[in-house]
Design a protein around this ligand. Structure first.
Ligand code: RB5
Length: 146
């Protein structure tokens, strides 16, 4: 598991409120959080924020990131275009766990209009606390970028 407790987070307007709550959770967990925006509920294009977060993870500036939009779909389309980014759209705890164990997901994507606050917090904690198993899964994830 990555012991670097830094993380970059971003959302559009549809999940701005949940992003702020997740930031509080991350601070409580001892993370240093870079907020890529947005900074209000005013309507914006999710692509801008998805690119900021996924770009930073792709370049190795942050080991992991969290992205949120209304459904999480738009953010996952954007993030998974970036080399080296494995963005996992999760709305159940098992998927959040497996996205780390088998896929070494480095971006967690949540839909602010899909998951409630309590489930979102569980997803974030599970995702952060689960390590990559490596082994046979390493070749598989490496071949994604080939
Ligand atoms: C915004 O209305 C919505 O389209 C966006 O948050 C996201 O769900 C896109 O995939």
């Amino acid at each position: 598991m990555d012991t670097d407790k830094t993380i970059i987070i971003g959302s559009d307007h549809a999940a701005y409120g949940l992003k702020e709550k997740i930031k509080d959770l991350l601070f409580t967990l001892g993370f240093r959080v870079e907020d890529a925006g947005t900074d209000s509920e005013a309507s914006v294009n999710y692509v801008e924020y998805g690119k900021k977060v996924a770009g930073a993870v792709s370049k190795g500036e942050y080991p992991r990131g969290i992205l949120l939009c209304g459904t999480g779909l738009g953010m996952s389309y954007v993030a998974n275009r970036f080399k080296g980014v494995r963005a996992a759209l999760c709305s159940d705890v098992f998927s959040a766990q497996m996205s780390r164990q088998h896929n070494d997901a480095n971006v967690l994507v949540l839909g602010g209009r899909i998951v409630g606050d309590v489930l979102a917090f569980e997803l974030v904690k599970t995702w952060l606390n689960t390590g990559f198993e490596g082994g046979r899964h390493l070749d598989r994830i490496q071949s994604i970028d080939d």
